[in-house]
Design a binder for this molecule. Structure first.
Ligand SMILES: Cc1cc2nc3c(=O)[nH]c(=O)nc-3n(C[C@H](O)[C@H](O)[C@H](O)COP(=O)(O)OP(=O)(O)OC[C@H]3O[C@@H](n4cnc5c(N)ncnc54)[C@H](O)[C@@H]3O)c2cc1C
Ligand code: FES
Ligand code: FES
Length: 1292
């Protein structure tokens, strides 16, 4: 059992969250403290509770988020600051981030910014965009302020930037929060480590045994006992950090019946100096390893510690801190992973390993014979690894790791490189180039190395080495992991970096006496940046918004940056999410049984083995549906149409039993053709959903005729997983009479959930209540997709007549729920020499997966829907993909004309009063204002000059700049959804209970609705409460989606409040000096109805595709962003250097929430356009099913400088209190990062003589960036001929 399950299920401490169960999101972070008797020291570490075996915590103290503070008693400063700095939106990641920060402060009460950045490497947040979290926590940093006072001598950049802005703008100088309100941190007040654990820790160690249902866990007390046990149980696994074994048991279905836990054996944890280096016991954690190596690097001369420095560089990018705190050096070696980050270093450095068994010790050199096969080593079964000796440098030494995301990602290629020269020369005496990610094991490039021995370190050697590596480091075109061309190119490019690094070091050593070395020239100045280590400065930010007008009543909270009203509870773990609802005594758990085939007929389902698993109650299948199975099968009965199609479910007493049994269900299939996975498959098979829609406007032929130039192009835009931190979750509670059922669901769509459950159960909707307190993120993923789980859980609960719950594991959620649609755009564009577009013919293909779901509505935003055998609605609803295609042809036009892209964009921008292709007139048009302000605040023109200068001076790193506008139509395109209801109760004590049709998923809707009610009723927000969204209070609600919820629900709330006000008016008139409470009481005693509902429908909506007329949207939201990036042309990595955003949100209801939405959406867009890649096998199996392989942006991905400005004086007459929708529109602004990358690649290609348009598909991952930066190294690795092999993955 993991610590997380123990906390949540046994102790009901639900503050600690489950986000992934694989150590990749940090939602489960707790602090583990232990006493080290050898150093007489208490050690505090942030740890992932989802991977920590409970058995490993003997004599440890565990501190959870509940333990450090609460709203009810007293907040801890760490909790207070994240909440008040607006660093918590949905709040699901918040307890984990709080605990990472808390653990850091326990070790270092005044951390540096770098400490903080490291502490958060293992935490993800999908909502906030990270900026506000860092902003709040910077207040603990010893550097003070936000820029460590680097910029202006005294004081911080934030203050000075604000001051500068004040000069040029009438924006508010107020900060979004006031740090002077914060409680001080008093380290003396922290909870103490339990003294009894110190006394117990001082006693001689005793061996321990835990006997579980399936596993025997033994913690031996001595090395001898461990070796005896290993002799008895040679197949037993040694577990230290469990970061590898835990994953194998949870996700790879492996079972290790005997586990030996050697963490406390002194010999395995010791660190000793030897003649040649330092010997580390195999159980030394990576954090300890790093600490020791740091000490040595600071102490010893540089040349002796090059290996240590290389290891430290690898550790910087190794997992997150929670993992490094527990994972051991021995675990990394013995896992023998081909993409281990440390093994290539150890191999290139020739580290010595000491192995031991009952029979005695032996030493082995770490070379390519040590790894005997995929995840196999030269150890005998009864042997264990005792220690590893890491030598002082035999110069020169470097290590490199390249991965999709820099922080906490597994390597694409990782390597260690070592060269030794003949005395006093630059003639190679010995060289070792060791690679991970090229073969099933870590390998040495032996042939290349042999060719280089005896040669002089120079250009010729480098060219020869690269050609040799291209021949030696080959990969099958079908190699697991894919990215074959990229990986091969990387192997060479990284060697080139090593070559330059050594060249530079040699040049530093040249002295007149070293005659031979005088051949060594330093690297050319324009090559110097190629050898710099990847480093991103600490981020700084500015937020600008319009303050409320002077004289606005202090009770009127509209327009003020008030905190999300649940933020404090979220920061303390007291906020209740669906799976935090206490267990029912007779409650059961459900696990889904899903299809492993993309398109097949189910021949049989065999459940005997599953039913034999302890605790299993039943298997639920289509036969158990009392009602209809027609709304997209709740559980499939005959044919599966995607991998992950729900075939049935197991119900058991615990989640573990249910999941074990679900895996034991055997399904036999008869596969059906065709299997359509990619857009190209669908085009070939003409597999299109109907209708295929066309919009025509103007005279296309005339436009092409009048053009100076015509070009054609294509772009593919990959899909995206929602990656809400809280996965889909449902608790269904049968009420025992009349088929009534109460559902607690994490859904954006309570009414749809109610309707589909009623249909599946064959009861009227009035018998089903769906309740939603809050969600841990939704982003469109819980708009309709949540019903596929809630319906199954309801059917199961109906069958067993007991409460049933299911919170999907991350891998299940990613498999069954679908995501953003991939798009393929093909265009032909005609334009004038100056870039003015005259004609455009564009076809959009969207991969909508195996079911239509909401895809037809999505089509209205962006136009062919393809049917495939994979699953795919998301935040943005097709808008971003549609706009991305437009920006692609704009970029091509600019490159073709040789005109700056910003000029082409500007001359093609809409103007006030113009009509869209769907014939809606653009009034209240603000994009020109946003554009001007964004050019201004980003210092665009000077920035561009700097970028151009930089690019002239640097060959292997390039910068790029881009400005991109967005226009997003607001309204549901299904007209009937543009309605909302609200219900407001006044109680006799004056308190107000507000309910409306929208759900809270972090966007702050409830907070905004309370602000609206407070302003309308004229009472403080503290008197108003929202408890939940439920179908028995406000019926027939529209999903909380399309960014329209504040507009719709806000008006409904306003209308309900107005009704109540009118009823109270006589009592106010009678007693004008009375209080709110007096008026409410007087009305009550006068028998006035103190409950009112409100309703709103957006007027004047309706669009007809056939006649291309009407109004699809109520209004448009606008924004503009400028981004600057730097790319490493040799590796494809990029840094987001600067982003300025100007967003029109009308008259903001709450600037803090709106800026939070802008930044959060922008960062999701950064993920969409630069990082996140859904990878499928050619058979439609989704490989990317968790944070390990699917990389959403992390703390390190935010722009180093981020300015966000809400357009001032832009009231919107079409929504509540002149505000505008904000959720989705800013997402597309991240395309500015994509096109800045493309700009930088253009500069890189120019170095190779390439110019003109080129295709860059989205996302711009390091792989795509590197492959597009064509040079002499890419030429050595031509891509395999398409059609001659079966690739490992396909682009869907
Ligand atoms: C979220 C996450 C991120 C990760 N990121 C990285 C990364 O960036 N780079 C990377 O290289 N790895 C990464 N890993 C893999 C893993 O963390 C490392 O391999 C880690 O060093 C394993 O150590 P452990 O103590 O947790 O191993 P455990 O899981 O405890 O054990 C791993 C294996 O080593 C064996 N073993 C342990 N000690 C001994 C011994 N003394 N003698 C014999 N056998 C022994 C065990 O039997 C088992 O087979 C990541 C893992 C996770 C979950
Ligand atoms: S739940 Fe533990 S790291 Fe994600
Ligand atoms: S607030 Fe971080 S995931 Fe929602």
């Amino acid at each position: 059992m993991t610590l997380l399950i123990f906390l949540r299920r046994k102790l009901s401490l639900t503050g600690t969250k489950l986000g992934c169960a694989e150590g990749g999101c940090g939602a489960c972070t707790v602090m583990v403290s232990r006493f080290n008797p050898h150093h007489n020291q208490i050690i505090h570490h942030a740890v992932n509770a989802c991977l920590a075996p409970l058995c490993s915590l003997h004599h440890c103290a565990v501190t959870t988020v509940e333990g450090i503070g609460s709203v009810a008693s007293k907040l801890h400063p760490v909790q207070e600051r994240i909440a008040k700095a607006h660093g918590s939106q949905c709040g699901f990641c918040t307890p984990g981030i709080v605990m990472s920060m808390y653990a850091l402060l326990r070790n270092s009460p005044q951390p540096s910014m770098q400490d903080m950045e490291e502490a958060f490497q293992g935490n993800l947040c999908r909502c906030t965009g990270y900026r506000p979290i860092l902003e709040g926590y910077k207040t603990f940093a010893k550097e003070g302020g936000c820029c460590r006072s680097r910029r202006k001598g005294n004081g911080c950049c934030l203050t000075s930037a604000h001051e500068e802005e004040h000069v040029t703008s009438t924006h508010s100088g107020q900060q979004l929060f006031d740090p002077s309100e914060f409680m001080p941190l008093d380290p003396t007040q922290e909870i103490i480590f339990p003294p009894e654990l110190i006394s117990l820790g001082k006693q001689p160690p005793r061996s321990l045994r835990f006997i579980g249902e399936r596993v025997l866990w033994i913690q031996p007390s001595s090395l001898n006992e461990l070796l005896e046990l290993k002799a008895v149980y040679p197949a037993a696994k040694l577990v230290v950090g469990n970061t590898e074994v835990g994953i194998e048991m949870k996700f790879k279905n492996l079972l290790y019946p005997v586990i030996l836990a050697p963490a406390y054996i002194q010999e395995l944890s010791s660190i000793q100096y030897t003649e040649n280096g330092i010997e580390f016991g195999a159980s030394v954690t990576l954090t300890m390893l790093g600490k020791k190596l740091h000490e040595e690097v600071n102490k010893l001369p540089n040349y002796r510690t090059e290996v240590f420095q290389a290891i430290l560089e690898q550790l910087r990018w190794f997992a997150g801190q929670q993992i490094r705190n527990v994972a051991a050096i021995g675990g990394n070696i013995m896992t023998a992973s081909p993409i281990s980050d440390l093994n290539p270093v150890f191999m290139a450095a020739g580290c010595k390993l000491t192995l031991t068994s009952k029979e005695g010790k032996r030493a082995l050199q770490m070379d390519d014979k040590f790894f005997s096969g995929y995840r196999k080593t030269a150890l005998k079964p009864e042997e264990i690894l005792l220690s590893i000796e890491i030598p002082y440098t035999k110069k020169y030494f470097s290590a490199f790791k390249q991965s999709t995301r820099k922080e906490d990602d597994i390597a694409t290629i990782t390597c260690g490189m070592n060269v030794v020269f003949q005395q006093g020369s630059n003639i190679v005496k010995d060289i070792k180039l060791s690679y991970g990610g090229i073969a099933p094991t870590t390998v040495l490039a032996t042939a290349t190395c042999n060719r280089l021995i005896g040669r002089r370190w120079g250009e010729e050697l480098m060219e020869d080495a690269c050609s040799s590596l291209a021949e030696e480091m080959t990969l099958s075109p079908s190699a697991p992991g894919g990215m074959v061309t990229y990986r091969r190119t990387l192997a060479i490019s990284l060697f080139f970096k090593f070559y330059l690094t050594v060249q530079h070091k040699l040049a530093q050593m040249v002295k007149p006496t070293y005659v031979c070395l005088s051949h060594s020239h330093d690297v050319k100045p324009n090559y110097a940046s190629a050898i710099e280590l990847f480093h991103v400065d600490s981020p700084t930010s500015v937020q600008l918004y319009q303050a409320v007008p002077p004289g606005q009543s202090t009770d009127d909270m509209v327009g003020r940056p008030i905190m999300h009203l649940s933020a404090l509870k979220q920061a303390t773990g007291e906020a209740v999410y669906c799976d935090d609802i206490p267990q029912y005594e007779n409650g059961l758990y459900l696990a889904l049984v899903t299809s492993t085939k993309a398109h097949a007929y189910i021949k049989s389902i065999e459940t005997d083995d599953a039913m034999a698993v302890p605790g299993v109650v039943t298997f639920v299948s289509a036969k158990d549906l009392p009602g209809s199975n027609k709304t997209g099968p709740a559980v499939c009965d005959e044919t599966v149409t995607c991998v992950g199609h729900i075939v049935g479910a197991i119900v058991a007493d615990t989640q573990a039993h249910a999941q074990t049994a679900a895996k034991a269900v055997k399904i036999s299939y008869e596969e059906i053709q065709p299997v359509i996975i990619t857009i190209q498959d669908a085009i070939t098979n003409q597999s299109f959903y109907q209708p295929v829609r066309t919009i025509e406007k103007g005279d296309l032929a005339k436009g092409f005729h009048e053009s100076d130039n015509i070009l054609e192009g294509e772009i593919h835009i990959g899909g995206q997983d929602h990656f809400y931190l809280e996965t889909n979750c449902t608790l269904a509670v049968p009420q025992g009479e009349d088929g009534e059922m109460e559902l607690f669901v994490s859904t954006q769509s309570a009414s749809k959930t109610q309707a589909l459950v009623a249909k599946a159960l064959g009861v009227p909707a009035s018998h089903i209540v769906c309740r939603v307190k809050r969600m841990g993120g939704g982003f469109g993923g819980k708009e309709s997709r949540s019903t596929i789980l809630s319906t199954v859980v309801a059917v199961a609960a109906h069958k067993v007549k007991r409460p049933v719950r299911c919170m999907l594991d991350r891998d299940e959620d990613m498999l069954v729920s679908g995501g953003r649609h991939p798009f393929f755009g093909r265009y032909k564009v005609g334009f004038k020499k100056n870039g003015k577009v005259m004609a455009l013919d564009v076809t959009y293909y969207s991969n909508v997966g195996n079911s239509m779901d909401l895809s037809l509505s999505l089509l209205s935003y962006s136009l062919k829907l393809i049917h495939s055998n994979i699953l795919f609605i998301y935040f943005g609803f097709g808008g971003p993909q549609g706009m991305m295609v437009s920006e692609s042809w704009i970029s091509d036009v600019a490159l073709c004309c040789g005109v700056p892209a910003e000029q082409v964009r500007e001359i093609n921008l809409y103007k006030q009063g113009e009509y869209t292709p769907f014939n809606q007139c653009l009034d209240q048009f603000t994009i020109d204002r946003c554009w001007k302000e964004c050019v201004n605040i980003s210092d665009f023109h000077q920035r561009k000059a700097r970028v151009e200068l930089y690019n002239k001076q640097h060959r292997w790193t390039k910068r790029g700049l881009s400005i991109v506008p967005t226009k997003f139509g607001i309204s549901f395109t299904a007209i009937f959804l543009n309605q909302a209801g609200a219900l407001v109760h006044l109680y006799t004590d004056g308190s107000v209970l507000l309910t409306h049709g929208g759900t809270e998923m972090g966007q702050g809707l409830h907070t905004k609705m309370i602000q609206v009610a407070s302003k309308t009723l004229g009472i403080p927000t503290s008197k108003i409460h929202i408890s939940e969204t439920s179908t028995n209070t406000v019926p027939n609600t529209s999903p909380t989606a399309a960014s329209a919820s504040s507009d719709l629900n806000g008006m409904a709330v306003y209308n309900a409040c107005q009704t109540l006000l009118q009823r109270l008016d006589p009592y106010k008139a009678r007693n004008p000096k009375g209080s709110w409470e007096d008026w409410v009481k007087a009305a009550y005693f006068d028998r006035v109805n103190l409950s009112a509902n409100g309703f709103y429908r957006t007027p004047d909506l309706g669009y007809d595709f056939e006649t291309n007329s009407g109004h699809p949207f109520n209004y448009f939201s606008y924004g503009v962003a400028v981004s600057e990036v730097e790319i490493d042309c040799l590796t494809g990595s990029h840094k987001n250097l600067h982003t300025s955003i100007v967003m029109d949100v009308g008259k903001s209801l709450n600037p803090a929430l709106d800026i939070g939405q802008v930044e959060g959406a922008f960062m999701q867009g950064v993920g969409l356009f630069t990082l996140e890649e859904l990878r499928y096998s050619p058979q439609g199996y989704l490989y990317t099913r968790g944070p390990g392989m699917y990389k959403i942006p992390a703390f390190g991905d935010i722009p180093t400088e981020l300015k966000v400005s809400l357009l001032r004086d832009a009231p919107n007459e079409k929504a509540i209190f002149s505000s505008k929708a904000v959720g989705e529109p800013p997402l597309f602004l991240a395309a500015s990062v994509f096109y800045a990358i493309k700009d930088a690649i253009t500069a890189a290609r120019a170095e190779s003589g390439l110019s003109g348009p080129f295709r860059l598909d989205s996302p711009a991952t390091p792989e795509r960036i590197r492959n597009a930066c064509e040079d002499k190294f890419t030429k050595l690795c031509p891509p395999p001929e398409p059609g001659t092999y079966t690739p490992w993955d396909v682009r869907v």
